[in-house]
Design a protein around this ligand. Structure first.
Ligand SMILES: Cc1cc2nc3c(=O)[nH]c(=O)nc-3n(C[C@H](O)[C@H](O)[C@H](O)COP(=O)(O)OP(=O)(O)OC[C@H]3O[C@@H](n4cnc5c(N)ncnc54)[C@H](O)[C@@H]3O)c2cc1C
Length: 478
């Protein structure tokens, strides 16, 4: 008889790989199916949302969850975290109130203290007293005159470098430097792939698309599901759907359709020769989906800069956010978006949208006008469970016995979701009892920095991006 796996995971994005790695850590066997040639090759991520400060309109509770989950993920993948801070500002023309940002930052400092009291290893964002720093207009005028610092360490040094470039007269004050870091997806993919290849209990099937699933729960067998690929059938006791924006497709085949949204977005890669010192990520808040949505400039190694502009002609797209209702057929993106999802961007559109993105940032960073197209966009689609497009924290959901669906919206929720799934499996007595610990994973830790560097560079190049984008701005030895 062919092998029966305890767990079958469909989808090798961050959610699927973290679930497989958590199972591996606890000695539970699994099989992981990924239709692409490598793992973590879906929608991009660049920002560790350790506090949710990119979202002025989400609840304090979502901010706390994002901080907690981000810290857990940073402890799992430390060599993919770029420890450069984020500059946060509100343009004078926007309605958002600086006071609200400040109150929330204070709340986050208290919460960060609490997380450190619970476990001192949670102190990965530096000392709580340095989590954020506030700068008045007078402070900015003084710092602007300071010399450039090539490798800034203190918030003031990051701020004074940024001020060489930003037209701060357009911004409300105070502005902030916050310890929200960068997160390199090529490095997460590299570490995940290398770890899973070494795993004793996980069978990683790359280039393997799941075509359909047969529900055999009522047939009195030793397993509950048959996972079908184009040439084989795999037997599993527990099924985990980690298909990202395609989770609805698997649900549909199981007649378990739910209310959810899917959203297609893109960020643009530019090349820019600027001051000799490093700069923080730059955020200029704005009302999403209007012509003055948030502008985000994310520095990468090698003079590459990634741009998000939350308007319909930059990061967002007409009909880019669509809804599927429960018990109805899964909604599909239109043809133009499907073409892009299938790697079929026209060169013209890459150029036009990247140029618009450059102009958008140049409103606040005038010298950014000289930036050029630096590579293909980083793009993809993500799911948003339910009906609130502002939801940022995802969870696991259990629509049926022996079946879990991962519903992450931000990559930072992956470990929380994996642990929720494992807890549920234990409750249903599918797994022996063991204590789930959010601490680092020995298998992940066994992957050397050198191996991550090499594999991340290979993945970046294979996917058509500059190799430099696989490196951190601030190199880390451990
Ligand atoms: C432009 C953009 C910027 C973003 N920036 C950030 C950020 O800065 N920080 C952050 O935390 N999050 C960010 N996100 C969100 C983040 O990318 C997603 O939340 C996260 O990647 C989703 O991970 P996932 O594992 O759930 O899904 P995915 O990464 O989509 O993984 C699903 C996998 O399942 C595979 N699959 C699907 N169907 C099948 C099948 N039938 N058989 C086999 N394999 C299948 C797919 O190939 C895919 O690899 C961003 C998203 C976008 C679009």
């Amino acid at each position: 008889m062919s092998k029966i796996y305890n767990v079958g995971i469909i989808g090798g994005g961050i959610s699927g790989i973290v679930t497989a790695l958590q199972l591996e850590k606890n000695g539970v066997d699994s099989i992981l199916f990924e239709q692409g040639p490598s793992v973590v090759n879906g929608p991009p991520f660049c920002h560790l949302h350790a506090g949710g400060n990119l979202y002025p309109d989400i609840s304090d509770e979502q901010c706390r969850q994002l901080m907690k989950q981000s810290i857990e993920m940073a402890r799992l993948f430390p060599l993919s975290i770029d420890k450069r801070p984020t500059f946060i500002s509100i343009p004078k023309a926007e309605n958002f109130q600086v006071r609200n940002l400040e109150n929330r930052l204070e709340m986050l400092v208290n919460y960060y203290h609490k997380l450190i009291d619970e476990d001192s290893s949670n102190e990965i964002l530096g000392s709580p007293k340095d989590y954020y720093k506030t700068y008045t207009i007078e402070d900015l005028r003084v710092l602007e005159k300071r010399p450039i610092v090539k490798h800034p360490k203190l918030s003031d040094e990051w701020m004074s470098n940024a001020l060489k470039l930003i037209d701060y007269e357009k911004l409300k004050t105070p502005v902030f430097i916050v310890q929200e870091y960068g997160w390199n997806l090529f490095r997460v993919g590299a570490q995940g792939k290398l770890a899973l290849t070494k795993a004793e209990h996980c069978n990683l099937k790359l280039n393997t698309k799941v075509t359909h699933i047969k529900d055999v729960r009522d047939e009195g067998l030793q397993y509950n599901w048959e996972i079908n690929t184009h040439d084989s059938v795999y037997k599993v006791k527990y099924l985990v759907n980690s298909c990202g924006f395609r989770t609805g497709k698997i649900d549909e085949s199981l007649h378990l359709n739910t209310q959810h949204m899917i959203e297609f977005k893109a960020a643009y890669v530019s090349k820019w020769h600027t001051i000799s010192g490093l700069i923080p990520e730059l955020i200029f808040h704005g009302e999403r989906c209007t012509s003055h949505g948030m502008a985000q400039l994310t520095p990468y190694s090698g003079d590459y800069y990634q741009i998000h502009g939350m308007t319909k002609d930059i990061t967002l797209f007409n009909n880019g956010l669509i809804e599927s209702k429960s018990n109805e057929k899964e909604t599909e993106f239109n043809e133009s978006i499907m073409q892009k999802l299938n790697d079929n961007w026209s060169q013209d559109e890459i150029k036009t949208r990247t140029k618009k993105a450059i102009e958008f940032i140049a409103k606040f960073v005038p010298s950014f006008k000289s930036a050029t197209v630096g590579g293909p966009p980083l793009y993809g689609a993500q799911q948003i469970p339910g009906v609130d497009p502002g939801l940022r924290v995802g969870e696991a959901c259990f629509p049926s016995k022996f079946y879990a669906r991962s519903e992450i919206v931000k990559a930072s929720s992956a470990l929380t979701v994996a642990n929720q799934i494992i807890c549920k499996m234990q409750k249903e007595e599918n797994l022996p009892s063991f204590k789930i610990s959010p601490k680092q994973n020995v298998l992940l830790e066994s992957i050397s920095k050198n191996d991550i560097d090499n594999m991340a560079a290979k993945l970046a190049v294979e996917r058509g991006y500059p190799e430099a984008m696989s490196r951190l701005l601030i190199d880390r030895n451990k």
